[in-house]
Design a protein. Sequence first.
Length: 340
Amino acid sequence: MKTVWCVLIFLALPLAAQQGPVASHAPDPALAKTQTVTPPPVSMSNVVARVNGASITERDVAEQSMRLFPYYSIHGGKVPDKYQAEIRAKAIQQLINDELMYQAAKRRGITVPPATMQDVLRQARGRFPSRKEYEEYAKAQYGSVENFERRIRRAVIIANYQHREIELKAKFTDAQVREVYEKNKKSFLRPESVWLQTITVNLPANPSAQQRELARERMADILKQVKATKNYQDFGLLAEKVSEDDYRVMMGDHKWVHLVALPEDVKQTLALLQPGQTSDVVESSAGLTIFRVNERRPQKQMEFSEVRDQLRQQMEEGARKARAEQLAQNMQKGARIEMP
């Protein structure tokens, strides 16, 4: 069910290890078992905002900051100073939006079907070795199992509201996607491409004449070995052995590369190569490279069926973002938001 999937977003978030329930979002029992980092030592009951009378506390902001800054734990249990103001502002705004959505959902009478809630709670409980540990955690962190599960229920309601007001209203039919495709058909040209392998000998920054000459001598020896290779496998094994670029661990394989993205001198070199052929040494400021072309693919007008799914995804992603921003603006217009 879509709502269950949505609420997993909430359940996959970090948890602040402080006492008492919080105003927004569901905790994560999975991370609770391994997360040892706690939010900054602030008075967690301090109210930082009220939304139509509902309080948002410092604890809420600390937890939301952990969610927004995924590297929280490796920075000593805090957001680095240079990010604090930005992360804090984003956290408060998200908490306000969540509270407004929760209140809107309640006004519309959105509830959680018993079967859905049982499924979500079963997943939450399943992240603990035993029911006893689940209950101990809930009581320690949120005062009671009831408080803990009330927050999870709240997250399901918010996810349900988001699904109705954002996800479902950001869908496009095949006809709508095709219309965008037809209007922008020239944008769906696949450039001429080549399937490349490379062997490279690096040059240091500002190489001396001696360093450049040593690299050329080494590459001349490698070129002799390249000429003896007969296929992708031979070239790849040689690349693993002698190449110095990052692709050596992948048998020198760059997969498909658009020619338009390559430097002009490289394009000129590749233009002379047929599938299965290798180049001479091409020298640049970064190093000396030998290319192997495995296959060529001409420019092609992509058919609608080839781009439909990706285009739909892009359209819906943009629509979801725009819908979420508009929804937040509309909800805040009539809301009483106080920042003590």
